[in-house]
Design a protein. Structure first.
Ligand code: HSE
Length: 433
């Protein structure tokens, strides 16, 4: 057997649903994987916290390590697959141990890559070990590969992604069943859809991890969570979903990275997207990403963003690449060059906005509102007044022409100071995704 035909031996750290999904693909699809990789792919070792748990797969043939970091030192392991999660702790220690030792490292861990991406990429480049993380972003959708390889001829002007299935599922049910956020979240937790602690999903942190990674590849910047403005969907209320529809939009939690004057805007927030846009049609737990390149134009990718099969599919695709001998810098450009361009803060964003105000239904209110907008140089595109709120107030809903986020926020502060404004206004960015 030549070196190329000798098996690639895997050590898997983390045997949750995705870990077992990887075991199943490697076992069930052994023949096709060997044909595509040019050599067999086998599992030799595993690691997880609880040895006795029934995982629905026979793991008795594999060496068991109680300490995952030992996989980096195990000579029977050629490549380590990390599926434990967490930005620090064992996952980070294992990544560093593998890459320093020149051992290929494949992970689904977006928090790890978004937090330590540049450092890990540097280690990988120094030892010429593969560091691959297709499964970290949008589960089964090959968006990392699309950006790193398929679109490498292009300057990317921007990308927009629905990258969190839990949020998209909650927004879909809020719209279809006209239910408040808390009720849908509680139901999603009851049926085991959302985590008991759903913070990472609903507060946009999971989307921020994924967006930081995509921005790094698309624009050659280091993943930078600290300067990534992040808002989740907790404050979305059914009335905004209904007004969005009336105005021709749907509310989606978006990860956005786009070229702007002076740098790249990277941000995560709920936004109103036109009903005609492909992203508006993405419902339930599905993920989707739109990427525009200067020569290819707009491209779109859609599929399952989570779950054992889709996530394991992405993990195994990375393994096949390593078995084939594919290597390139983890973010597509040398780690030393990651850093520029500047990641711009939200205040620099120029866009259009939806604003909903609850106001007292008395003479002069419209004049107060239009004056507040004019004094902050915000121009109105459309404005409507709707019904009677239960407590005697009415809703004024308006959309703006293009303005800076700074000006839109200044107008909101002005509204808050007006006596006729009965509660804190709602504002959503309108994104021509
Ligand atoms: N919790 C994520 C989601 C899946 O709901 O999409 C893993 O990234």
């Amino acid at each position: 057997m030549t070196k190329e035909q000798s098996p690639l031996r895997l050590g898997i750290a983390g045997l949750g649903t995705v870990g077992i999904g990887v075991v199943k693909i490697v076992e069930d699809n052994a023949t096709v994987l060997a044909a595509r990789a040019g050599r067999p792919i086998v599992i030799t070792a595993v690691s997880a916290r609880d040895r006795s748990r029934n995982r629905g797969a026979d793991l008795s043939a594999y060496v068991w390590h109680d300490n995952a970091v030992d996989l980096a030192l195990d000579d029977s392991v050629d490549l380590v697959v990390e599926l434990m999660g967490g930005s620090d702790g064992p996952a980070y220690a294992l990544a560093k141990a593998c890459l320093k030792a020149g051992k290929p490292f494949v992970t689904a861990n977006k928090a790890l890559v978004a937090t330590h991406g540049k450092e890990l990429a540097t280690l990988a480049e120094d030892s010429h070990a593969a560091l691959r993380f297709e499964a970290a972003v949008a589960g089964g959708i090959p968006i990392v590969k699309a950006l790193t390889e398929g679109l490498s001829a292009n300057n990317i002007s921007g990308l927009h992604g629905i990258l969190n299935g839990t949020c998209n599922y909650i927004l879909t049910r809020m719209e279809h069943e006209r239910l408040p956020f808390d009720e849908v979240l509680a139901d999603a937790q009851r049926i085991g859809y959302a985590e008991a602690d759903p913070t990472f999903d609903i507060d946009g942190i999971d989307t921020a991890h994924k967006t930081a990674i995509l921005a790094a590849i698309a624009f050659g910047m280091a993943p930078d969570l600290e300067n990534l403005p992040t808002e989740g969907i907790r404050n979305i209320v059914p009335v905004d979903i209904e007004y969005a529809r009336e105005l021709g939009y749907r509310i989606k939690l978006l990860g956005v990275a786009r070229q702007a004057d002076g740098g790249v805007e990277v941000r995560v927030h709920p936004a109103m997207v036109p009903l005609s846009s492909p992203l508006a049609k993405v419902m339930d737990a599905t993920n989707a990403v739109m990427v525009t390149g200067d020569h290819v134009g707009p491209t779109g990718y859609e599929g399952a963003g989570a779950g054992a099969g889709p996530t394991a599919s992405a993990v195994v695709a990375d393994i096949v690449d390593v078995a084939r001998g594919v290597w390139y810098p983890p973010f597509g450009v040398p780690a030393a060059t990651l850093g520029a361009p500047a990641q711009l803060g939200a205040d620099n964003h120029i866009g259009t906005y939806y604003i909903r105000l609850k106001v007292a239904d008395v003479p002069g209110v419209m004049a107060d509102i239009t004056r507040a907008l004019a004094e902050n140089t915000v121009s109105i595109e459309s404005m409507l007044q709707r019904g009677h709120a239960d407590d005697g107030g009415v809703y004024i809903v308006l959309t703006t022409h293009e303005t800076t986020e700074e000006a839109a926020n200044a107008a909101l502060n002005h509204f808050n100071a007006l006596e006729c404004v009965l509660e804190s206004p709602a504002m959503l960015r309108i994104e021509a995704a």
